[in-house]
Design a binder for this molecule. Structure first.
Ligand SMILES: Nc1nc2c(ncn2[C@@H]2O[C@H](COP(=O)(O)OP(=O)(O)O)[C@@H](O)[C@H]2O)c(=O)[nH]1
Ligand SMILES: [Mg+2]
Length: 471
């Protein structure tokens, strides 16, 4: 069946050769079965004569008859494959040498090495998935928590696309009414009831805006809830980052001003992905590089969802008060959660049960979370992690709407909403349909760019170019 839009047959390993037990080499295109049949010899009928969705056992030999590997070949026929084309997947032993030999033999038989993301791009072009779904493939592969997997899966299975389709259909309805008016513009007819139009537009704008505003949450789900670790120099911020992630990631030293740049690490706690950001200590500095580090810290502080203010509890109460007030003045109490951590409790209260101590602290002051910890000895960190997880408990994923995790989608929604705002105000000002129709078309184009209905080739190139080879 000649289904594919492409004439050439592409090949690439879909797994990383040299790791694991097997490597899978993908082959897709009109000649996939013929090329695979050329290099894989099976006992009974050839690969080319195999039925769809079958698995065959065979041997791959070089031109001189020497054997390369024993393999399993999965056969898929158009349009029932990932790419929508005839495809085969060769499972060989994971040696990178074996994989490169097989790839060479495939190319000698007429295949060419696939470009990054080319399999998924073909799936998109052949109508197996839309662009948002294709992008979700990469998100599913890189998902690292139950929430990020759930959102990516919803997008992959078309949940987000269906929601967009509904919005587009409502707008198309309005657009077609307006176009009709345009055709009859000489006769001065008004097909679209302006009050109804205004209400419809309002509903759609609200829907799009709420999708766009889910990006903050979506971004946290995909890249981790941003947690900034801030405070004075030498309070133990870098030690805390290292203890939390269980690795010596940031440099710890008693020389003040050691951390000059921000260091980020992600970690999953109770299925929630957090992104911890160690920052340069906030202080006046003469050092140019440290000053750049401090301004970056302030930026990270403003972007964080959770701020961990680390204090050195051996410092005086006045000193710490000043530091806290400084941090409080820099955060947004509505959008950001502050936790105050009195570090180095091992020095001020040796041999104390830190859990008991903290239970007393939190019960007396429930508004701001305060904890005594020892970043160095790991005291109080369990409680800290518990609080971090608790802070996310209201973040529900079971809403009716999709959650936007992709910046490209966020931007498109934003632009669509502004174009519709223009339509809305034009309606209010009683402007002619030709002016309304233009902005409406623009909004539709932005929405369409998310699912790839109207996406220029160069944008597609950028999106798929970020995929790895074999995807
Ligand atoms: N005793 C004790 N020392 C700590 C603790 N946390 C950090 N330190 C020490 O404090 C110094 C500064 O730590 P560092 O993490 O580099 O501080 P930063 O400037 O805030 O990043 C180092 O000598 C650490 O070993 C702690 O909980 N207890
Ligand atoms: Mg540091």
């Amino acid at each position: 069946m000649d289904y594919s839009a492409f004439e050439d047959t592409i090949a690439a390993p879909a797994t990383i050769p040299g790791t694991g037990a097997i490597t899978v080499i993908r082959l897709s295109g009109p000649k996939a079965l013929k090329i695979a049949g050329n290099i894989v010899k099976c006992k009974s009928k050839s690969i080319e004569a195999s039925g769809a969705n079958s698995i065959r056992y065979g041997e791959i030999s070089r031109e001189d008859g020497s054997i390369v590997d024993e393999v399993l070949v999965s056969v898929f026929k158009a349009p029932h494959s990932y790419t929508g084309e005839d495809s085969v997947e060769i499972s060989c032993h994971a040696s990178s040498y074996v994989a490169s030999e097989i790839l060479r033999l495939l190319c000698d038989s007429g295949a060419r090495v696939a470009e990054p993301g080319e399999f998924t791009r073909r799936a998109f072009v052949n109508g197996k998935m839309d662009l948002a779904q294709a992008e979700a493939v990469a998100d599913v592969i890189s998902s690292s928590s139950s929430a990020s997997l759930k959102v990516a899966m919803n997008q992959l299975r078309g949940g987000f696309s269906t929601e967009l389709k509904d919005i587009r259909e409502r707008l198309l309805e309005i657009a077609s009414l307006l176009e009709l008016e345009l055709d009859f513009s000489e006769e001065d007819v008004e097909f679209a009831d302006r009050a109804q139009l205004s209400k419809l537009l309002n509903d759609v704008i609200k829907h799009i805006t709420s999708l766009a505003s889910s990006f903050r949450q979506g971004n946290a789900i995909r890249n981790g809830v941003p947690v900034a670790i801030v405070g004075a120099v030498n309070a133990g911020k870098s030690t805390l980052l290292n203890s939390l992630i269980g690795d010596d990631r940031a440099i710890v030293s008693d020389i003040p001003g050691t951390t000059r740049d921000t260091v980020e690490e992600t970690m999953t706690v109770d299925g929630i992905l957090f992104r911890f950001i160690d920052t340069a200590g906030l202080r006046e500095s003469e050092d140019e590089i440290e000053r750049i580090g401090i301004s970056r810290s302030l930026k990270k502080l403003s972007e964080a969802q959770i701020v961990l203010a680390v204090l050195d509890s051996t410092d005086s109460a006045e000193v710490n008060e000043t530091i806290i007030n400084d941090i409080v003045s820099k955060i947004d109490p509505v959008e950001q959660l502050l936790m105050v951590l009195f570090n180095k409790v091992d020095i001020i209260a040796p041999n104390t049960n830190v859990t008991l101590l903290n239970n007393n602290v939190s019960s007396t002051n429930s508004k701001v979370i305060k904890l005594y910890i020892s970043a160095k000895n790991g005291l109080g960190l369990d409680l800290l992690k518990k609080q971090l997880v608790l802070s996310q408990k209201d973040v529900t994923l079971d809403s009716d709407h999709s959650i936007v995790t992709n910046f490209r989608h966020y931007e498109a929604l934003h632009k669509a909403a502004s174009a519709l705002e223009k339509v809305h105000s034009s309606v209010a000002h009683g402007l002619t349909p030709d002016l309304l129709a233009e902005d409406l078309r623009e909004a539709l184009a932005h929405l369409g760019s998310i699912t790839g209905e109207v996406t220029p080739d160069e944008v597609l190139g950028q999106i798929f170019g970020r995929f790895c080879i074999g995807k």
